[in-house]
Design a protein around this ligand. Sequence first.
Ligand code: PAF
Length: 282
Amino acid sequence: MHIIKRFIDLKRLLDDKQRRSPNQIVGFVPTMGALHEGHISLIKESCTDCDMSICSIFVNPTQFGESNDLEKYPKPIEKDIELLIDIGCDVLFLPTVEEVYPPSYTQQNFDLIGLDIVFEGKSRVGHFQGVCNVIYRFFDQIKPHRAYFGQKDFQQTVVVKKLVNITSLNTKICVVPIKREPNGLAMSSRNVRLSDNGRKKAAFINESLRLIKNNFREIGLSKSIDLAKKHILKYDNAKLDYLVVAETDTLKGVETYENKKLVALTAVNYEGVRLLDNIILT
Ligand code: PAF
């Protein structure tokens, strides 16, 4: 596996490969490291679909707010490298902050028609603009044919599709289903911050979403959301940020479900850890 730190070296490698075997499909998996099975499933999908797969590890400072989440973000780089070699990733792109954001770089403000200020964006102001800045920078420089994102961060997938849509980027966004721990907890780099007991109990988040999925046709959306909220609030140390049902492409909240593609989305703070999950309803 090549480990590359500068865009110029990555572009040189890509040009060289294209010269030797033209029309190669390049897949890209952006990550912030601390790789788990969720990330592995994205890289495997890229390796299956594409001739060459690049994974980036970059803890993007512009998507973190005031909190000390950025400092707390785990950085097990040696373990990540081993995992990437094991699954046959072709390139690890490991840039510095100065490489991604040189002094001449001005943060852009993308018009995401409000997709960035609801749900996650309401609690983490500026988060999605930070995500879009780093993704724009990567896509613009690397020009991958396909990029892989996990459904776990559902709102992020909608925002990134919008970004591609409003810019001249030419990358196809591929969304890979959520990987779950055996108890149903969605895999996330943050799960390691839960206590052992908390990690077991956190199954209640996915259970609450399944309550909506299993009941909304019979009792309606609003009553099934209430059921789910009650289930979450039974757990001490659980603080519900949001639990909503929205249209999958516009993220508009809905009250009825006829003929709409819907997703239920939630964020819960449990043992001080922010946990996200979602489930496709229709
Ligand atoms: O989902 C993530 O890990 C990050 O938001 C991403 C897409 C790597 C951008 O920094």
